[in-house]
Write a protein that binds this ligand. Structure first.
Ligand code: FCB
Length: 447
């Protein structure tokens, strides 16, 4: 039965994870260490000294996890490939056993009727490449394109959808500027160099795909609408700076061929010389854009904050998640409409959306998570609103399929629609998983 209210019939209903956060066994079968392995094995950097050694053991339990995806009625699964499973030294020698894992995973997904959305880089750089400067080394564009080409040759015949990078802004802001994420640098001068090399690597991988691939490739960015803390000129200017830094820094070069004009003065002396020719590489046509949306940003002028010179302030009247992120569903509609208006009407996918809430199992073993159900309901309505406003939105992935290793926060924050008992690896569908199943079954008609 179709509903007036429903999402398009070919809409993708997915759930997302990433390699280091769920797989476990990071060094198994000849894999090399990643920067996240190193980072989490450095005392003091991750909450409670936790790491991804076991995580959700998805490396061994992927079949059972795919059975759960089927039970929910998902028709898409977004996951990432661990680069250092394929190239233990980051480049050169290829580890066939690493490729085998992803062949098995993709074949099982295909057999279950689930489209693989494969992200090539979700933050776990091979440690051996970090030793050569990582994202600061211009050669990384070639290293990444070579790795990507191996993945294309291995899996493109299974017709997945590809994404080059996950959230390059977070890679640089967290990994190179403020340091809470691997590789944990705090270096103002490195930040624009890392950002530019991420963009070059993205472009080089898209270019490589056009030579061998037949399907669709894009990139995943995190976006949030910026609001001023007050009507003052200072706060409104702060909003523009924060917007240039977070929302336009990566998308403008990809779609428009240049950085936002606000950026070079913000970086000042740290802004590097950039060869014009780089922008031809960066500005490759992509087939879709993936957007991760969690919250909005309320910005208040503060000259002491690096780059955007704005601090984030909270809205005392709003609901906040366990990661202190404001629940602001209308921001999702807003950002989708903004992207379509600014960069042209290309296919969009919400590649992550979700929330951490404290929702322990009850005595009878069920997990009731009403706040997450409400979060998902409101954001799915906001997504539908964007479609009504003419946005070419083709799919939605909830973050996350499973509770997992939330980076520097370890296992303390649970984003899953499926609860994971990390002692026993038992999976339990939360109320939100059952809710999502019903949304999928009715194509959103009953939202
Ligand atoms: C995003 C990341 C994802 C997860 C969620 C909560 O920024 O892409 O891996 O950590 O946040």
């Amino acid at each position: 039965m179709t509903h007036d209210n429903s999402f398009p019939a070919d809409f993708l209903w997915g759930a997302a994870t990433s390699a280091y956060q769920v797989e476990g066994s990071p060094l198994a079968d000849g894999a090399g260490a990643s920067i996240w392995h190193r980072f989490s094995h450095t005392p003091g950097l991750v909450a409670n000294g936790e790491n991804g050694d076991v995580a959700c053991d998805h490396y061994h339990r992927y079949e059972a996890d795919i059975a759960l995806m089927r039970e929910l009625g998902l028709n898409a699964y977004r996951f990432s490939v661990s680069w250092s499973r394929i190239f233990p030294e980051g480049k050169g020698h290829i580890n066939e056993k690493g490729l085998d894992f992803y062949r098995r995973l993709v074949d099982s997904l295909r057999a279950a009727g689930i489209l693989p959305l494969i992200t090539l880089y979700h933050w776990d750089l091979p440690a051996a490449l970090d030793d050569r400067g990582g994202w600061l080394n211009r050669n990384i564009a070639r290293w990444f394109a070579d790795y990507a080409s191996v993945m294309f040759r291995t899996l493109d015949d299974r017709q997945p959808m590809w994404a080059t990078l996950n959230e390059p802004w977070v890679v640089t802001d967290g990994g190179y500027l403020h340091g809470p994420l691997a590789p944990g640098h705090r270096n103002w001068f490195e930040t624009p160099i890392a950002a530019h090399n991420l963009l070059r690597a993205h472009g080089a991988a898209v270019e490589a795909y056009r030579a061998v691939g037949k399907g669709r490739i894009g990139i995943v960015v995190n976006l949030e609408p910026k609001y001023p803390a007050s009507d003052s000129k200072e706060d409104r200017d702060a909003l523009v700076r924060a917007d240039a830094y977070m929302n336009r820094q990566y998308l403008d070069p990809i779609f428009l061929g240049s950085y936002p004009k606000e950026l070079p003065p913000l970086f000042g002396e740290a802004w590097p010389p950039l060869p014009d020719i780089d922008f031809d590489l960066i500005r490759q046509k992509i087939d879709y854009l993936g957007i991760n949306y969690y919250k909005r940003g309320i910005t208040k002028n503060n000259p002491n904050v690096m780059i955007e010179r704005a601090e984030r302030v909270n809205n005392p009247r709003a609901v906040y998640t366990e990661t202190d992120w404001e629940v602001f569903p209308q921001g999702l509609t807003e950002i989708l409409v903004w992207v379509s208006d600014r960069y042209g009407k290309l296919p969009l996918y919400i590649t992550e959306n979700g929330a951490a809430f404290y929702d322990p199992p009850t005595a009878d073993g069920t997990v009731d998570d009403p706040l997450r159900v409400d979060y998902l309901r409101q954001h799915l309505r906001a997504a539908r609103e964007a479609i009504r406003n003419g946005v070419d939105l083709r799919g939605y992935c909830v973050w996350s399929l499973l509770d997992n290793f939330e980076w520097a926060l370890g296992y303390s924050k649970r984003f899953g629609i499926i609860h994971v008992d990390f002692e026993t690896q038992k999976r339990t569908l939360k109320a939100s998983a059952k809710f999502y199943k019903e949304v999928i079954r009715t194509r959103g008609g009953d939202l």
